[in-house]
Design a protein around this ligand. Structure first.
Ligand code: UDX
Length: 452
């Protein structure tokens, strides 16, 4: 099938290249000339495992092309995906200006029937708004053409996006048009071979499904972080509690890891946006607001533990002035270079405000960190995790990259002057860390905090 994708960001690029990979004829369009020029030369603007080779091989085979010409893209696609950004507005609701601009462009340029697909995460009611803007543009030209606007949310995890697209848990299609449903079934037929994964529903339920999924996952995390804070106070260990509750299949083991807070481009934005949507409809969502508040607080948790270790009780943080902290892990989670809403940022900014220096290492997110913070004397980006330890006073772990899981504790002990490890992801057995002569602070582990 001939498919066009507006937006070559994370979602658009993964969608476009994976659809090309199963044999569709795909054009990806973006207004950013430099990005398109780069993509034509095989330069992938984001780090995502497997994406590079899917893009390159399909470009080589000729079924994936890049352009800045909206005209070319609208003409080409029987199905046109909108996968442009929906950044948060000042009040946290999703900013739809890019989505609406694409809708308008489609209406201005289309010459025949199109299925327009909202792939970006958009508030309930957006498909109706896109329908209106396309109709308006068609009227403006005095041109009559049929189209359907379908909701088809993505459920891609960063770091596993290509795999998630190729082997989806479910493919949600929101439309009341039997014809558009048929077209969408054809688009996804290659991913729907072994058992039925397509779930068709009305547009608004589909739009809400995306938010409900992310908000449920964010709620699980904030709930566990709340339990961790209680565990720490009552003398329990959240890791035991996690195993204890996860064994109940109604709860399950997935996504119940306490830590230094969730980040990324989805959870913080979507929890906020759904809370704002609910508010606009006159409903005050106590749960969503609490999920957000708990997470904001959790991102300050490592700094609180650091203050505790250095005997800081009030607002006077001068005990941290001149200290150097080795920091392993900057990205909001492993296998990505994404720093959006990363807990490491809240931590670094607090340490800098207290007059401390950060020596950081991340396997992928160093360039991104440099881009965000530029050159500053209190940030040293190190080429290896060992280099970050050199002349540091303490070690902090913010992201659970695989190669942080079995460190040489002797090296850590010999390198960090204050012989203390702050672990935002509960990577270690506290007993093992103590055996190696280090003080250890983790999340929701009363014993680690007491013994440290
Ligand atoms: C998420 C959803 O998983 C995905 O389905 C949706 O399409 C987009 O949003 P992503 O943002 O890539 O994907 O990251 P995810 O792996 O879900 O992790 C989000 C954050 O939650 C990370 O900061 C992670 O560290 C944190 N997390 C996750 C926890 O703190 N505890 C957990 O148990 C799981």
């Amino acid at each position: 099938m001939k498919i066009s994708i507006f937006g070559t960001g994370y979602v658009g690029l993964v969608t476009g290249s994976c659809l090309a990979d199963v044999g569709h004829d795909v054009i990806c369009v973006d207004i950013n000339q430099a990005k398109i020029d780069g993509l034509k030369q095989g330069i992938i603007p984001i780090y995502e495992p497997g994406l590079d080779s899917v893009v390159k091989s399909n470009v080589a085979q000729g079924n994936l092309r890049f352009t800045t010409s909206a005209q070319e893209a609208v003409q080409h696609g029987e199905v046109i995906f909108i996968a442009v950004g929906t950044p948060p507005d000042e009040d946290g609701s999703a900013d739809l200006q890019y989505v609406m601009a694409v809708g308008k462009t489609i209406g201005e340029l289309m010459q025949s029937y199109k299925v327009v697909v909202n792939k970006s995460t958009v508030p309930v009611g957006t498909a109706d708004k896109v329908t209106a803007v396309i109709s308006q543009a068609l009227e403006g030209r005095g041109f009559n053409a049929e189209f359907d606007v379908v909701s088809n949310p993505e459920f891609l995890k960063e770091g596993a996006a290509v795999a998630d697209f190729m082997r989806p848990d479910r493919i949600v299609i929101g439309t009341s048009s039997a014809f558009a449903e048929g077209v969408m079934r054809e688009v996804y037929a290659p991913f729907n071979r072994n058992h039925e994964k397509i779930i068709v529903m009305d547009v608004r339920s589909s739009e809400l499904t995306k938010y409900a999924a992310n908000c449920m996952l964010a709620t699980k995390i904030s709930f566990m972080n709340e339990m961790a804070n209680i565990a720490e106070r009552v003398g329990a260990d959240i890791e035991n509690v996690r195993r204890g509750i996860g064994s109940d299949p109604r709860i399950g083991y997935h996504f119940i890891y306490a830590g230094c807070g969730y980040g990324g481009s989805c959870f913080p934005k979507d929890v906020q946006a759904l809370a704002r949507t609910a508010g606009q409809y006159g409903y005050d969502s106590k749960i969503l607001n609490a999920v957000e508040a708990v997470n904001d607080k959790q991102k300050t948790k490592l700094f609180e533990l650091i203050c505790k270790h250095y005997g800081i009780t009030g607002t006077d943080t001068s005990a941290l002035k001149g200290k150097t902290f080795a920091l392993w892990g900057l990205a909001f989670k492993p296998n990505t270079d994404d720093m959006r809403e990363a807990p490491s940022r809240v931590l670094m900014e607090a340490l800098w405000a207290a007059g401390a220096t950060v020596k950081a290492y991340d396997p992928e997110a160093m360039d991104e960190t440099q881009r965000i913070y530029g050159n500053r004397a209190d940030l040293v980006l190190c080429g290896t995790k060992e280099a970050a330890l050199n002349a540091a006073d303490a070690l902090i772990i913010c992201t659970e990259w695989k190669n942080f899981r079995a460190p040489d504790f002797t090296v850590i002990k010999e390198s960090v002057a204050d012989q203390v490890l702050f672990d935002g992801r509960n990577l270690f057995d506290p007993a093992q860390v103590y055996r190696n002569g280090l003080a250890y602070y983790a999340i929701g582990r009363a014993d680690s905090i007491k013994q440290a």
